[in-house]
Design a binder for this molecule. Sequence first.
Ligand SMILES: *[C@@H]1O[C@H](CO)[C@@H](O)[C@H](O)[C@H]1NC(C)=O
Ligand SMILES: *[C@@H]1O[C@H](CO)[C@@H](O)[C@H](O)[C@H]1NC(C)=O
Ligand SMILES: *[C@@H]1O[C@H](CO)[C@@H](O)[C@H](O)[C@H]1NC(C)=O
Length: 395
Amino acid sequence: MLAGVGSGSNMGTRGRRAALTLLVCAALLPCVCTALKQIEPLLYDEQLLWGSGWAEVNTYRIPLLTFTPTGSLLAFAEARKESSRDIGTKFIAVRRSTDKGATWSPISFIENDGVRVDGMNLGAVVVDEETRSVILVYSMCFHKYQCSPSSTMMMESKDDGVSWTAPKNLSIQLGVRSFAPGPGFGIQKRYMPHKGRLVVCGHGKVDMDGVFCILSDDHGKNWRNGAELKSIPYKQEKKQLDFVPDECQPFEMRDGSIVINVRNQNNYHCRCRIVVRSLDGGETLPIEQVSFDHALVDPVVAAGALQKEGVLYFTNPASTEHRVNLTLRWSLTNGTTWEENAVQIWAGASGYSCMTSLDSGSAEDKKYIYIIYEKGHKDYDETISFAKVHLYGGL
Ligand SMILES: *[C@@H]1O[C@H](CO)[C@@H](O)[C@H](O)[C@H]1NC(C)=O
Ligand SMILES: *[C@@H]1O[C@H](CO)[C@@H](O)[C@H](O)[C@H]1NC(C)=O
Ligand SMILES: *[C@@H]1O[C@H](CO)[C@@H](O)[C@H](O)[C@H]1NC(C)=O
């Protein structure tokens, strides 16, 4: 109120502080002001990228989403040709947006596993900002169903996701095993230790189950095996409530540690997410760094996780029982606590999700995160939807 300004002595401490903050903000640090604004996510735009039967494909599943070095968005999915099952023959489907998700290229298929009974499974996409390339890592014959051995494969795009190299067999370097990367994104370390390193994490099968990360210190030319978080009992048949870390999403904190948010396959300890942290750039995942996030209830699914400007974001079907209620949560305390006013993205059937954001540093790019998720009315695998979320209520 203007009256308050006239009688300076009436102005409370709060008012003076607010005025001071405004002054400092206006004069000095517009970027800090963005950070101070309250987060109030608003579903800003949403469109379907894939649906059952599109382009004569039975089912699209396992959506991945990434930014590219030039600020485009790339969306990937498994195009399951004949059935919705995890095994079976597939294409890798891609769509690309050069206008921050407003419009998307037609569906293109960048790889085809022919008539394989147990074909390709996605996968993790990782962007190397130094070489400006986009790398896709996926598995082949993961379930060893009428095939052997399993292989870890890589494709690379040097032109913003328009064209892709032929698949390269990383198992020649990594050794032969069932390794299912992601599903989600891999990271390039932006902070020490091991700045510039590519880190892709995923999970194994009964012969070697748990969470594993593979590392590249030369922009994806050579890969080696890094951190492991093994299941208990390791390499043995599991029972309900055993410790079985499964599909996972790593992200880097601003102190250079890597946090991995993990699917808790057999509901060990809780019907919630396992969280594990690597302090050495993905070399190790010590047992002391394993915790359970009881706030992140989960029906056993692949979830989305992202760190942007010091705030953590998490998406999953927020239910202990069913794949429904795709919900966005955020944490201002590095995942110690989550804000209570979670935002429901879709009340109905919903499954896997993945998030990304553009980090150009522009005020505009700071306002948005992007979510891709499995969405349906009856079943969660009916469509794959892209959602643009405004973090500050549309303002
Ligand atoms: C990949 O390489 C491994 C190890 O040499 C081999 O056993 C496997 O058959 C290869 N996979 C494919 C799909 O070529
Ligand atoms: C969160 O972690 C970062 C380092 O990654 C640290 O600088 C910051 O103080 C932490 N914030 C809180 C609220 O604990
Ligand atoms: C959906 O998730 C929110 C956030 O956790 C929760 O409050 C709500 O009860 C959930 N709804 C259903 C139907 O599970």
